[in-house]
Design a protein around this ligand. Structure first.
Ligand code: 5RP
Ligand code: CA
Ligand code: ZN
Ligand code: ZN
Length: 233
């Protein structure tokens, strides 16, 4: 079985996969799972084995319907009320033109939101809500969303670009594309793998981690190739 096919089957079985973006970008490997399968054990693994920031992606059809803003745009709307925000504009990203950060949220049934079980609840319920949201109209979806979630919280949401990999090749879109090609609800939860020296763990080492734990390791270019060929198969 090819690595790509094994990755689709692992995602469907609620297993983690590893994705390294590219040498020309962040040069980071994220430990990734489909959000619908997130458990307290899964959050613990991302925290202990990866150690970066735990973030959950939303496909464009979901964040558009819910009107979940990009954080940079939300802050830009507040420049008059809080002039300090203008000076903080993220206009100097070296590795990309745009950040995918949206809001942070907690499920309303969490207490502080940070324990593994709390974050797992927020993440898995976000994916569950995303599926339900597909059959709701905008007004309904927005009202329902607030019944279940509050912001700010302890799970970072990332908005995936509408054209997915045609628009951007961050981990946000690489995971979204993988889940779309696997025919799954496209919300992934990802966390950068850090090294003991405090830097992102180099690719050679994250490949060894993947081998040791029997996880698939993919490069962004493998996913982009599959994405570009997807309609022709
Ligand atoms: C949040 C990040 C990570 O890099 C994550 O992989 C998502 O971002 P991107 O789509 O830019 O790769 O910035 O911790
Ligand atoms: Ca990033
Ligand atoms: Zn990334
Ligand atoms: Zn990163």
């Amino acid at each position: 079985m090819s690595d790509l096919k094994k990755a689709f089957s692992d995602l469907k079985n609620g297993e983690f996969i590893l994705i390294y973006d590219s040498d020309g970008r962040e040069r980071e490997t994220d430990l990734i799972i489909a959000s619908e399968f997130m458990t307290a054990e899964g959050v613990k693994r991302q925290r202990k084995d990866a150690g970066g920031l735990i973030c959950t992606s939303a496909p464009s059809r979901m964040w558009k319907k819910l009107d979940l803003p990009f954080m940079a745009e939300l802050l830009a709307e507040c420049y008059n009320a809080h002039p300090v925000l203008k000076g903080l504009a993220p206009n100097d990203l070296i590795y990309d033109t745009k950040s995918s950060f949206s809001l942070t949220i907690n499920h309303r049934k969490t207490f502080t939101g940070i324990p593994d079980a709390d974050r797992a609840l927020t993440i898995s319920e976000f994916a569950k809500f995303g599926k339900k949201c597909d059959s709701m109209n905008e007004a309904e979806a927005r009202e329902e969303f607030g019944k279940y979630f509050r912001a700010p919280g302890h799970v970072h949401l990332l908005n995936s670009q509408p054209g997915v990999l045609d628009d951007r090749a961050g981990h946000t879109e690489l995971c979204t594309a993988m889940l779309m090609m696997a025919d799954m609800f496209p919300s992934a939860t990802m966390c950068e793998i850090m090294g003991d020296n405090g830097r992102s763990m180099p690719k050679e080492e994250t490949m060894k981690y993947a081998e040791k734990h029997g996880l698939v390791f993919l490069e962004g270019s493998d996913i982009i190739d599959a994405w570009n060929k997807r309609d022709k198969d």
